[in-house]
Ligand binder design. Structure first.
Ligand SMILES: O=C(NCCCOc1c(-c2ccc(O)c(O)c2)oc2cc(O)cc(O)c2c1=O)[C@@H]1CCCN1C(=O)/C=C/c1ccc(O)c(O)c1
Ligand SMILES: [Ca+2]
Length: 482
């Protein structure tokens, strides 16, 4: 369950948060396929409660009404079409699976698929779920429960959400049937939302009942779904992520927290020389890594001061480090712009989602940020693909916040987060030749629109990253020789 099953030569996933299935299909064909992206995490595809009371907050999609594929992103037919078109261009689909709970108790009671429920009676007829499918007696997770009481964290309601009992056969069957339907349609795996709030033993039973991936969509026979479990664990809680790593991969929230701190200047970059488990991070093979996600980019999530698109220069540098370093399976966040932390995606006055527009410079409009279309980010996706399975070598630093390293003989990157210029002749590990810096520009014909780096026969080159350059890093690799 720890293998993403990317198509050959691809290595990075992007979370297209709140995108519609038709728009994702188009983005696979016009951008993600050609640019070497490995996969997409999509928003929950099953019917959710419509919550007008908070003007359609982003988190309404985390309140399931049924497992019918009917949301503002599209219906089952559009979903199947998206999976087919993306797999056809080598881009995998991973589904955000909300299986810990159903809805909270609201005065609205209709879902995006037109189904209703009776919250007071724990009745969700469109599944169907009834009172016996939920944990009993009804209890609510209190803040101090996280520190003392694993059974309350699992069996009580998170944020007032009706808590399913994954220990019963009926609930297991409903969840497994939902997930197997998606696997048979060609998806490559799942994010398990709120995994911390479910018993590992129940999750193991559910995972082991899942089908192998569908060979008609290009997966090898016998391939198991990629599963990454959302376990927010920064230490100090009664529930540990170590209970979940034997089952499948786990989201490593410390990753984004520590890199945000470093690239915001809270730690000298030289300390990143031993980045990985020595920083108390999970084993690389167990770790789904990211800088920000849909929850903590809004501030109240885990990890304190997390870098987002709003602090563009250090954010791009942290992302570049994530993609240049071999540790973990990286996921990029692709957001819509927001002012308040509850706001949902751009929508018209009928409540339908507004699609991103694509500008002539390949950026997005209509309120969509499209970080995955920022040059410094998509070019580092290609860098990671070229680096492949190489490790880190020839680490250099200046004893402060100027660092550089190679990936085998394939790629080289340098960062400058000091207040003075980086001007050094460094070992790039690359064959002699002229290379275009993929951060400040791209190769155009036989020249570079940004910086050019000339590597000598000894692999050394003069590297210059000014303290006030537009970006604080320079990256070259064998895929971009001019
Ligand atoms: O103040 C809120 N929630 C209480 C604090 C955050 O707690 C939540 C956590 C949570 C937070 C931190 C933890 O350490 C933890 O174990 C769980 O996970 C969720 C997962 C869901 O599928 C749906 C939810 O409503 C939540 C949730 O409310 C607002 C209003 C309701 C939704 N929400 C939110 O803030 C929604 C947050 C949310 C939604 C989806 C997610 O995947 C997620 O990670 C967080
Ligand atoms: Ca639970």
């Amino acid at each position: 369950y720890k293998n993403p099953h990317y198509a050959p030569g691809r290595s990075t996933m992007v979370h297209l948060f709140e995108w519609k299935w038709d728009d994702i299909a188009a983005e696979c064909e016009r951008w993600l396929g050609p640019r070497g992206f490995g996969g997409i995490q999509i928003s929950p595809p099953n019917e959710n409660l419509i919550i007008w009371q908070h003007n359609r907050p982003w988190w309404e999609r985390y309140q399931p009404m049924s497992y019918q594929l009917s949301t503002r992103s599209g219906n089952a037919q559009q979903f199947a079409n998206m999976v087919r078109r993306c797999n056809n261009v080598g881009v995998r689909i991973y589904v955000d699976a909300i299986i810990n709970h159903m809805t909270g108790t609201w005065n609205e009671n209709v879902g995006t698929g037109g189904n209703t429920a009776n919250f007071g009676q724990f009745s969700y007829p469109a599944v169907p779920y009834g009172r016996n499918d939920f944990n009993w007696p009804e209890c609510y997770i209190q803040p101090h429960d996280y520190g003392c009481c694993p059974e309350r964290v699992r069996n009580c309601q998170l944020s007032g959400l009706k808590d399913l009992n994954q220990g019963t056969e009926h609930v297991r069957r409903m969840i497994v049937d939902f997930m197997n339907g998606l696997i048979d349609m060609g998806v490559a795996g799942f994010r398990i939302d709120a995994a911390k709030h479910m018993w590992p033993g129940d999750l193991r039973v559910i995972y082991d009942r899942l089908h192998n991936l569908n060979t008609a969509h290009g997966f090898p026979s016998g391939a198991r779904p990629y599963i990454y479990q959302e376990v927010i664990d920064l230490g100090g809680e009664a529930v540990s992520r170590d209970e979940y790593t034997p089952l499948a991969a786990v989201t490593e929230f410390k990753f984004g927290m520590e890199l945000s701190r470093a690239f915001l200047g809270g730690n000298q970059l030289r300390w990143l020389a031993n980045w990985g488990p020595q920083w108390n991070l999970l084993a690389s093979a167990d770790s789904l890594v990211f800088i920000d996600n849909h929850d903590n980019q809004r501030g109240h999530g885990a990890g304190g001061n997390i870098l987002t698109y709003k602090q563009a220069r250090p954010y791009k540098a942290a992302i570049a480090f994530m993609l240049a370093h071999p540790y973990g399976e990286p996921q990029l966040m692709s957001s819509f712009g927001f002012q308040n932390t509850e706001a949902g995606p751009p929508m018209d006055n009928r409540g339908d989602l507004i699609s991103p527009s694509i500008n002539s410079d390949n950026t997005c409009g209509n309120g969509w940020i499209c970080e995955h279309r920022w040059r410094q980010i998509y070019q580092m996706v290609a860098f990671r693909n070229v680096a492949g399975s190489t490790t880190i070598n020839d680490w250099w630093d200046n004893g402060s916040s100027q660092i550089a390293f190679c990936r085998g003989g394939q790629a080289f990157i340098a960062f400058n987060n000091d207040s003075w210029d980086l001007n050094q002749t460094l070992q790039t590990c690359l064959p002699a030749g002229r290379y275009c810096d993929v951060i400040s520009g791209f190769k155009s014909g036989n020249s570079c629109t940004g910086k050019t780096v000339t590597v000598g026969n000894d692999g050394r080159a003069h590297i210059s990253v000014g303290a006030n350059d537009y970006d604080m890093m320079l990256a070259i690799h064998r895929g971009d020789q001019s």
